[in-house]
Write a protein that binds this ligand. Structure first.
Ligand code: NAD
Ligand code: UD1
Length: 330
């Protein structure tokens, strides 16, 4: 029985499709290609030798989604489809609320109607807001100060309410920290449109000479070297985490942090990249970016204890793999 992967041609979705296919699941992708391209389906096939079924469909389209559910007897849904640019979400809040909430609601309607009892949701460490680090699943969620983050909080609440009255359904709320890196083949990875917002794609573009230098947003935070600290994890570890969450799903709501549990500063990541690749990254210190936290890293003990998952790939693996992917791009 196939797994429905929405957003399956995107960054995390494509890596998860690979892991699902490697674990002998068949995969149906729904993606409207707003932030990815169709060739990713070929790349997934190249890596795994198996081709996912692909629908270029908007996950908010109730009619088309129902046709897809009627056609396939899904064993589970992994819902990656979503808009994710924090700055853009402040400019276009309605687009973010509509896309991220409606897609989740349309999927859940169909899961209930077609008795698909396993649902995995892409949440984010952003739901913790400005809590004290490390972030633990039991913490109260704090305001996220941007519509993108709010969509994740609201979706978590909708899914939790639905689970209360549908006792057969299993909902996994996976709160990702900072996925970076790429599949070791170097043929799938993160493809930001325009100027990257996130650190690693910016670093790889500087390394390639596409951008002159990195701007480090603030070196006066209360951290060891003054630059922001994040919990970077390899996207393939993250993808494997989804397969584990799906396999070990139990009825009710399960909330898990997916991170390494270790914080790395911007400067540490820059130096790790330079060591791993031998390429120097010119940088300058710039103003703090509005909305940034000083530190964000996981308490990753719950998922290890309950599901046996740990993010095992190193910072060097992450840097090498991100660089290999960037070098392969035109
Ligand atoms: P991505 O943009 O690479 O992938 C998302 C995919 O969803 C894209 O292929 C896009 O075309 C598709 N999509 C968007 N809206 C759609 C819709 N209405 N119908 C069908 N397809 C649609 O992003 P990603 O980094 O792979 O993120 C996947 C999920 O994980 C998102 O929900 C994101 O918010 C969440 N997340 C990502 C990060 C991160 O650091 N990348 C961190 C926390 C949470
Ligand atoms: C950002 C989003 C977050 C989202 C995540 C993944 C903001 C405020 N937060 O998180 O909601 O879930 O991306 O999509 O946008 N940095 C630089 N120079 C750069 C880019 C980044 O110094 O050019 C620094 C940042 O200040 C931060 C660290 O690098 O300290 C990581 O930044 P980034 O990759 O954007 O991730 P987050 O800020 O964690």
């Amino acid at each position: 029985m196939p797994i429905l992967v929405t957003g399956g041609t995107g960054y995390i979705g494509s890596h998860t499709c690979v892991e699902l296919l490697n674990n002998n699941h068949s995969v149906v992708i729904v993606d409207n290609l707003v932030n990815s391209n169709k060739e990713v389906v070929d790349r997934i096939e190249e890596i795994t030798g198996k081709r996912p079924i692909f629908y270029e469909v908007d996950a908010t389209d109730g009619e088309k989604m129902e046709e897809i559910f009627a056609e396939h007897d899904f064993d589970g849904v992994i819902h990656f489809a979503g808009l994710k640019a924090v700055g853009e979400s402040i400019e276009k809040p309605l687009a973010y609320y509509k896309n991220n909430l409606l897609s989740t609601m349309v999927l859940m309607e169909n899961c209930l109607k077609y008795k698909v009892n396993r649902f995995v949701f892409s949440s984010s460490a952003t739901v913790y807001g400005d809590n004290e680090v490390p972030f633990v699943e039991t913490m109260d969620l704090l305001p996220t100060i941007n519509p993108y983050g709010e969509t994740k909080v609201i979706c978590e609440r909708i899914l939790t309410d639905l689970a209360k009255v549908n006792p057969d359904i299993s909902i996994s709320l996976l709160r990702y920290f900072n996925p970076i890196g790429a599949h070791k083949s170097g043929i799938i990875g993160e493809l930001p449109q325009g100027i990257p917002n996130n650190l690693m794609p910016y670093i790889t573009q500087v390394a390639k000479g596409k951008r002159e230098k990195l701007r480090i947003f603030g070196n006066d935070y209360a951290t060891a070297d003054g630059t922001g600290v994040r919990d970077y994890l390899h996207v393939v570890d993250l993808a494997e985490g989804h397969v584990v969450a799906l396999h070990k799903a139990t009825p009710g709501v399960q909330i898990y942090n997916l991170g390494t549990g270790k914080g790395t500063s911007v400067l540490e990541l820059v130096h790790a990249f330079e060591e791993a690749t031998g390429v120097e990254i010119p940088y300058e210190i710039a103003e703090r970016r509005p909305g940034d936290l000083a530190e964000c890293y996981a308490d990753a003990t719950k998922i290890k204890k309950e599901l046996g998952w740990v993010a095992s790939r190193t910072l060097v693996d992450m840097c090498r793999d991100a660089w290999r992917f960037e070098r392969n791009l035109e």
